[in-house]
Design a protein around this ligand. Sequence first.
Ligand code: DO4
Ligand code: MG
Length: 285
Amino acid sequence: MKICRFKIKTNAVRVGLVADDSTLLDLTPAGITELFPLLDGENPVAQLNQLAQQNLPRVALAEVQLLAPAERQEVWAAGVTYLRSKTARMEESDFSATAYDKVYAAERPEIFFKSLPEKVVGTGEAVGIRRDAKWNVPEPELALVMNSRGRIIGHTIGNDMSSRDIEGENLLYLPQAKIYDRSCALGPWIHVGASEATAREWEIRIEIHRDRQVVFAGETSVSQIKRRFEQLAEFLFRSQQFPHGAILLTGTGVVPPDTFTLRNDDVIEIEITGIGSLRNPVVTV
Ligand code: DO4
Ligand code: MG
């Protein structure tokens, strides 16, 4: 089951259940106006199955704007969870290399704050590259959607936009490399109810388009993530409460060659089989 936030012509924000490739069911008449009560309920899958049986208004996907599937959840991100991420980061920096090597092997994962929900962009909206950075890349990542009790309820697609020259210069610059306007995209919706075993069968693919040509394409598999999702969620919720739930990006396993940097007007398309695709143009911020 896939649920989304969408905006209709009057600018009203609604919650929808994805019926098929081109249609949503508008959950407003069933009294659902936010994702949170669904995600935080005892049995979201059963509730969604029950909603799917109701005679709810059908809305064409082409007629609405999908919004980022985040309401009040903080967005956090795990790092160096794929071998590819560890080696790329060790190469980009000299004195920080040992830190990446150590964190990949350590019991405690790297987890960092990524975005306030109101700063997250959805599919179709622009993601940002910093004007003071020279080496900017997208990071296509599976995102875990957790309820207020730390239980993983669903998955969505995330883009952890990063400035590799800033991050590579000094590890202490990581927040500046990762947190700035439009640096986090999520969407197009939340896939609810897949187990970790199912999610590990999904593939992650990225294409970057420039002047109608593909200038970078890459792929990986969710199965390459070194850490169990439960372990990542448990560390995030350790000594910290998230009354509105939380979203956790699980790290990147696709890194473009070192000669590649994003440019204004590039278009990034990230697909995760089993979820859908997240598409964002690039703008300098
Ligand atoms: O430590 C740097 C960031 C790691 C990261 O964002 C990733 O591996 O995806
Ligand atoms: Mg990342």
